[in-house]
Design a binder for this molecule. Structure first.
Ligand code: E4P
Length: 218
């Protein structure tokens, strides 16, 4: 299973990368805005800064919602660095753009996916990654993990090569359940990745080992 970090914060990306388990980075316009990044030059420079930190792929989202605009923006984003994956929203024009980029050998991440039908369309168009949003479904009383299970099953039925990138992952159990269900990738905030470390018995056991060692060696 691949771990992507879902942030545009350079310090968090560095911290996750230094842990040695990071396979990629996802961003979105809201995450870029949160870091105070605006304007094409600043946005592109920020993507470049992220690419310089990690030896991993970096999803960069288009803002345009029409085919021509998505193609223009996506091509410009892909030129920033070989690590860039062009993130495209799940809309009609987006499906056309994903098909176009797939035929040009440019990798895509289809975002804002909330149904199995959308997942089928994106795979047919040749998306490299598919981002179903678990947490946002949970927020409105739909089971986000059920959707992951359904999509993994469908993709296996037909041998689709699109990787299921579980997104909007809010806590460690989302991540663990995604692993059980066979999601290829999860993208989540740093606190979810580091949260996997936590167990009180580990802390208690380590304290005991160190205390026993200190007693025997005084
Ligand atoms: C994925 O690519 C999205 O950026 C992200 O996971 C959305 O998460 P949120 O629902 O917590 O904003």
């Amino acid at each position: 299973m691949k771990f992507f970090i879902d942030t545009a914060n350079l310090d968090e990306i560095k911290e996750a990368y230094e842990l040695g388990v990071l396979d990629g980075v996802t961003t979105n316009p809201s995450l870029m805005a949160k870091e105070g990044i605006s304007g094409e030059d600043q946005v592109n420079a920020h993507y470049k800064a992220i690419c310089d930190i990690v030896d991993a792929n970096v999803s960069a989202e288009v803002i345009a919602t029409d085919f021509d605009g998505m193609v223009r923006e996506g091509k410009a984003l892909a030129k920033i660095d070989d690590k860039i994956v062009v993130k495209i929203p799940m809309i009609k024009e987006g499906i056309k753009a994903i098909k176009y980029f797939s035929s040009e050998g440019i990798r895509t991440n289809c975002t804002l996916v909330f149904s199995a039908g959308q997942a089928i369309l994106a795979a047919k168009a040749g998306a490299s990654y598919l981002s179903p949003f678990i947490g946002r479904l949970d927020d409105i009383s739909f089971d986000g993990l059920d959707l992951i299970s359904q999509i993994v099953h469908i993709y296996q039925n037909y041998g689709f090569e699109t990787e299921v990138l579980a997104a909007s992952v809010r806590h460690t159990m989302h991540l663990v359940k995604c692993a059980e269900l066979g999601a290829d990738v999860v993208t989540c905030p740093l606190k979810v990745i580091t949260g996997l470390l936590n167990h009180p018995l580990t802390d208690k056991g380590l304290a005991q080992f160190l205390a026993d060692h200190a007693k025997a060696n005084k």
